[in-house]
Design a protein around this ligand. Structure first.
Ligand SMILES: Nc1ncnc2c1ncn2[C@@H]1O[C@H](COP(=O)(O)OP(=O)(O)OP(=O)(O)O)[C@@H](O)[C@H]1O
Ligand SMILES: [Mg+2]
Length: 248
């Protein structure tokens, strides 16, 4: 798996995802979604509630199996990977950031960021040093020994992003990362993602309902009826799927 070269970080081809309900009913969530994201790309995924945005992120993060189609992570087809390979992808290649921050409440900011490194048996001193560097890189100074409840929402999200950086990921998946923050703080987090993508060449795929935040990204993928309907770039609007196709 390549390390932040020009190679594609994530690519999906004809991605289909159905959920089968206990009664046997089938929910067709993704019906041929197509996206391609490269190192350093900061992209937004938008779409109505229930359109499959979180499902798409969970599939890309290897937390949810796909029904059919292809997903390539760092050029590797998920179909060719074992459970162990997928665990390795989650541990070393990608990270998640959530709307709810998902910090461990009884650990300090520093301990929360150190935790994933501790689990990977990184020596204590190295973990501490790296955690401090990551906390600094997300602009959190002087709050290292605060518990999550002693931090503001924006500060908690910065800790969660520092934790996401702990294993030097190629990709960050962020599911509505500014959903619990006020507009001003949300904008700061978007700027932070923007600089992480450009300065550290990380691919960032962010689900958002906020079109102003989405405008700050390189591309916007809009999910509708299970497909990526339109890919908007800053300078142009290009249709990736013909409207007629969606009626099928
Ligand atoms: N485990 C599951 N079993 C059955 N259906 C599911 C499951 N998970 C999600 N769904 C369905 O798949 C659809 C897409 O859900 P998803 O959470 O991906 O939507 P979303 O676009 O993230 O919505 P929101 O903007 O509200 O977060 C929904 O109709 C949901 O009910
Ligand atoms: Mg969602």
């Amino acid at each position: 798996m390549s390390k932040k070269t020009g190679q594609t970080s994530v690519k999906t081809v004809s991605l289909v995802k159905d959920f089968i309900l206990p009664g046997g009913d089938v929910v067709n969530v993704l019906t041929g979604a197509k996206i391609e994201v490269k190192p350093g790309d900061f992209v937004a995924v938008m779409g109505p509630s229930g359109s499959g945005k979180s499902t798409l992120l969970n599939i890309l993060a290897t937390l949810e199996p796909l029904t059919s189609g292809d997903v390539f992570i760092g050029g590797v087809n998920l179909k060719d990977t074992t459970y162990k390979d997928q665990l390795e992808i989650r541990r070393t290649y990608s990270s998640l950031v959530f709307q709810s921050f998902a910090l461990i409440p009884y650990l300090t900011a520093l301990e929360n960021v150190k935790l994933p490194m501790k689990l990977r048996k990184v020596p204590e001193e190295e973990a501490e040093q790296k955690a401090m560097q990551h906390l600094e890189s997300v602009g959190l100074y002087g709050r290292l020994n605060h518990l999550p409840e002693e931090l503001s929402g924006g500060e908690q999200q910065r800790v969660a992003i520092a934790r996401a950086l702990a294993h030097d990921p190629q990709i960050i998946y962020a599911d509505e990362p500014t959903g619990n923050l006020d507009t001003h703080i949300g904008k700061e987090i978007i700027q932070l993602f923007k600089s992480l993508a450009k300065e550290q060449n990380i691919a960032i795929i962010m689900v958002t309902h906020d079109s102003e935040s989405a405008q700050q990204t390189d591309r916007i993928y809009i999910l509708q009826k299970g497909k990526v309907l339109i890919e908007k770039t800053k300078s142009s609007t290009k249709k990736t799927e013909k409207k007629e196709d969606l009626k099928k």
